[in-house]
Design a protein around this ligand. Structure first.
Ligand SMILES: *Cc1c(COP(=O)(O)O)cnc(C)c1O
Length: 478
């Protein structure tokens, strides 16, 4: 394909994209295809001779779209949002064209430097304590773009493990290396994301699930009790993950209390705010991040709620040297003259290679501006409250947890888990909207998240009507 053809193809694709997104409301949010459907639609072998781009283009509607779950449909209310904006799509085009692999500063200086600056911008925009930012006045802190929150948690856990290995293996002769790892214990709330438990598994350390209070928050006293019990048993508590905005119900752990405990007990505190962290651009939600100054690392996903297409998970570390120490192996062929003057991001992450992801963060922050980003968050939270008000007027339902961000958790009042499950199934089968459940302390609940940036009040009303209709259909007597 030459550049003239690329221009035609690219122009056609941009037209297709705008039509797709402008008319996404008209598509059924959930596909109806069966597993293996694509095998019936395309040949079993790759073509020997190249095809025309026009023929490939035609197959998007025939082959791909029937099997797409339309995450950006205004009627998609499942999980949490995943971002989609034009500035981020365009930035990814440029990233694809430069196509550098920015593992060291020298391997593409702009790739590293823009990441440093945009993460400082973003950190300031959410009022992160300055120790997390880079720059001479701030000490050893710094930000990095990880692919996902799951990776950020694992990077934090492995860094904490190295901190403790250094501390204990040099001081106490009683720890031989094998024994040491088996004594390490980490902690998180029973409400935290499954990726936290998995980080413990991958890191080969115990992960204790701390029970939560009646608002599903992990509390300092419960964490303290668990840590002391383990210490008394000769174990080594070393790592805690606090969640701000849990995946089940958007609960916020008591960060300030947990931070105190982690400082007293000298354990690494990582804060996972994958979804809700974006809301800290708005001053009125920063009360939920009080205590952040006591954390060692913090992460949130601009790719969820901040208009930057997947993948862009922003992570800050108070002492970046601790990550570098855990990850650095430094072979000869990757050494360069400028080493030490700017971050070599390969030491801050699990893979070696990395894309130029800060471009999309830069484009989004510049083209929307913080003002529009705040507006986006506030509109979505307001819509969640609108939905909450609709629910409250129908006494067949109850709201299970406080509505703080863009998520409403509810269920059929005085009905069994099985009945609630039936309702959720019926709603999804009808195909107009898509929602998913959660289990909270054995209670089956239905989650309604405001996801698409196209969702407006009319869409929320449609969603509510769907839920009411499905309920009446299943339980006609009221
Ligand atoms: C979505 C979510 C995650 C996982 O995010 P990935 O970026 O997909 O790894 C982790 N923690 C919380 C609280 C989440 O909501």
């Amino acid at each position: 394909m030459d550049s003239a053809e690329f221009t035609e193809f690219g122009t056609a694709m941009i037209q297709y994209i705008t039509q797709y997104l402008d008319n996404i409301r008209d598509r059924r949010v959930l596909p109806t295809v069966q597993p293996g459907y694509i095998q019936d639609l395309i040949p079993a072998e790759a073509p020997e001779e190249g095809e025309k781009w026009q023929d490939v283009m035609k197959d998007i509607e025939r082959v791909i779209m029937p099997g797409v779950t339309h995450w950006h449909s205004p009627n998609f209310h499942a999980f949490y949002p995943t971002a989609n904006s034009y500035p981020a799509i365009v930035a990814d085009m440029l990233s694809g064209a430069i196509a550098c692999i920015g593992f060291t500063w020298m391997s593409s200086p702009a790739c590293t430097e823009l990441e440093v600056v945009t993460l400082d911008w973003l950190g300031k925009a959410i009022d992160l304590p300055p120790q997390f930012l880079s720059g001479p006045s701030n000490g050893k802190g710094g930000g990095v773009i990880q692919g996902t929150a799951s990776e950020a948690t694992l990077v934090a856990l492995l860094s904490a493990r190295t901190r403790f290995a250094k501390k204990h293996l040099s001081n106490a002769r009683s720890f031989d290396e094998d024994n040491f790892i088996s004594k390490l214990v980490s902690y998180t709330s029973e409400q935290s994301h499954s990726s936290v438990e998995r980080a413990g598994m991958l890191g080969g350390v115990k992960m204790r699930m701390i029970p939560t209070d009646e608002d599903l928050r992990m509390r300092g006293a419960d964490l303290k009790a668990a840590i002391q019990k383990d210490k008394a048993a000769g174990l080594i508590p070393f790592f805690v993950v606090a969640t701000l905005g849990s995946t089940n119900s958007c609960a916020f752990d008591a960060l300030d209390e947990i931070g105190d405990v982690c400082q007293e007990e000298e354990v690494w505190l990582h804060v996972d705010a994958a979804y809700a962290g974006a809301a800290f651009v708005c001053e009125e939600y920063r009360y939920l991040m009080v205590g952040m100054d006591k954390a060692d690392s913090f992460n949130f996903n601009p790719h969820k709620w901040m208009l930057v297409n997947f993948d862009c998970s922003a992570m800050w570390i108070k002492d970046a040297n601790e990550v570098v120490e855990a990850f650095n192996v430094d072979p000869f062929y990757l050494k360069h003259d400028m080493q030490g003057k700017a971050p070599d991001y390969r030491h801050w992450q699990i893979p070696l290679g990395r894309r130029f992801r800060s471009l999309k963060l830069w484009f989004v922050m510049r083209i929307y501006g913080l003002k529009k980003i705040k507006e986006h968050i506030r509109i979505q939270i307001r819509l969640a409250h609108d939905f909450e008000q609709m629910l409250r007027k129908d006494n067949r339902f109850e709201i299970v947890t406080p509505v703080i961000m863009g998520l409403v958790c509810f269920r059929l009042k005085d009905k069994s888990n099985e009945d609630n499950e039936k309702l959720l199934k019926r709603i999804n089968e009808r195909g107009k909207i898509h929602i998913v459940p959660a289990k909270i302390k054995d209670l089956y609940i239905i989650r309604f998240a405001i996801c698409s940036r196209f969702t407006n009040l009319e869409d929320v009303k449609i969603g509510w009507q769907e839920i009411q209709d499905a309920t009446t259909e299943l339980f006609p007597s009221k």
